[in-house]
Design a protein around this ligand. Structure first.
Ligand SMILES: C[S@@+](CC[C@H](N)C(=O)[O-])C[C@H]1O[C@@H](n2cnc3c(N)ncnc32)[C@H](O)[C@@H]1O
Length: 336
């Protein structure tokens, strides 16, 4: 009998596309709206093939994503529902789509990295964001995936960050504003600036209007490797440092230190490895994915604390969220 852990590792190749297909074609939506339904009813309602629908549903049941009853109907368990419901801000489908689109082209490169090293094989490749932003459609897909991944988690992170009214938040690489907008919603007296590459601006403006915070939200276009960061009380990096090498992160944190007003702080929001690096699974998987997609990696709290200290920040502390994006903070002294 193959151990369950090994079995999951083997069949993951089929499981993720099954999840993605069911989401893309509205199967989850149908089950969520109807409460429960059999494959024939789902297929009829969506105008899709019944046999294929049944097989997809059975894989998802075996994975524990769906439930099935003695009457042959399928349903989405309550704890899974928010993550598969496009109308819920915890919806993960955009992120799954991002993995499905990018992984098949990126993952094969891992074999070359394995046998020849990443530096040697990656040198001639365009930078990760030149690829992500290669055209309007790809840009929108990337920005939406980031929104899906970060907005729901940002409500809790904004609370953990101890943001105060009257402060200016600078969200570096803030994309279409998942953290900046959640922070503005949490603190009505806060102002925020998103600093990001020029192609991101229309998406940030659009999200600011849609969430009625545009009057307190600004965008500064720039390249954080070339330009200085805007000055602020709180300099945030959400899923940014995990894109880059330690040396590049140190450069960014030193810029953040200069941009941070005395008495201010830096917020690093990231997945974290356990101290012994035995998990969590999502961090370990995304650490490999980051290797294929970017120049970065995931780190332990101690590694972030060390980078913060080297950049001049003191009193580093970690605040763990209930999800998988956590907060590491560092402070700049009042007299600094
Ligand atoms: C992985 S996304 C994170 C988005 C968002 N902060 C979040 O937590 O979901 C990285 C962000 O860094 C931005 N970025 C990448 N390279 C940059 C550069 N050289 N200068 C400014 N922003 C950059 C990207 O445009 C993108 O919005």
């Amino acid at each position: 009998m193959i151990p369950a852990a090994l079995e999951n590792a083997i069949y993951g190749l089929v499981s993720t596309p099954a999840l993605h297909l069911a989401d893309k074609h509205g199967i989850f939506r149908c089950l969520i709206d109807d409460g429960q339904a059999d494959a024939a009813a789902v297929a009829a309602r969506l105008g899709v093939d019944q046999d294929t629908t049944q097989r997809l549903l059975l894989v998802l049941v075996a994975l524990g994503v769906l439930r099935t009853g003695a009457d042959g109907t399928f349903s989405v368990p309550a704890d899974v529902r928010p993550y598969l419901d496009r109308r819920d801000e915890r919806y993960v489908g955009g992120f799954v789509e991002h993995l499905i689109v990018h992984t098949p082209t990126r993952l094969p490169r891992l074999e070359t990295f394995l046998t020849q090293g990443k530096a040697a094989t990656d040198a001639a490749q365009p930078g990760p964001f030149e690829t992500f932003y290669r055209d309007e459609q790809a840009t929108r897909a990337f920005v939406e995936a980031m929104w899906n991944l970060s907005y729901a988690a940002s409500h809790e992170l904004a609370r953990l960050a101890g943001l105060r009214d009257g402060e200016l938040l600078v969200d570096v690489g803030g994309a279409s504003g998942p953290f900046a907008i959640a922070a503005l919603q949490y603190r009505p007296g806060l102002r925020a600036v998103v600093f990001d590459l020029p192609p991101v601006e229309p998406y940030l403006r659009e999200a600011g209007r849609a969430h009625v915070v545009a009057d307190r939200l600004d965008f500064v276009a720039g390249d954080f490797f070339r330009d200085d960061l805007p000055e602020g009380d709180c300099i945030a990096f959400g899923y940014v440092l995990s894109d880059w090498t330690d040396q590049m992160c140190l450069g960014l944190l030193r810029k953040a230190y200069r941009a941070c007003r005395p008495g201010g702080r830096v917020l690093i929001m990231e997945r974290l490895f356990d101290d012994d690096r035995r998990g969590p699974l999502a961090t370990a998987v995304m650490n490999l994915e980051m290797h294929a997609e970017t120049q970065g990696r995931h780190r332990t709290v101690a590694e972030y604390t060390d980078l913060l200290a080297q950049a001049g920040f003191s009193a580093a502390a970690v605040r763990r969220s209930s999800g998988d994006k956590h907060l590491v903070t560092g402070h700049k002294g009042r007299g600094a």
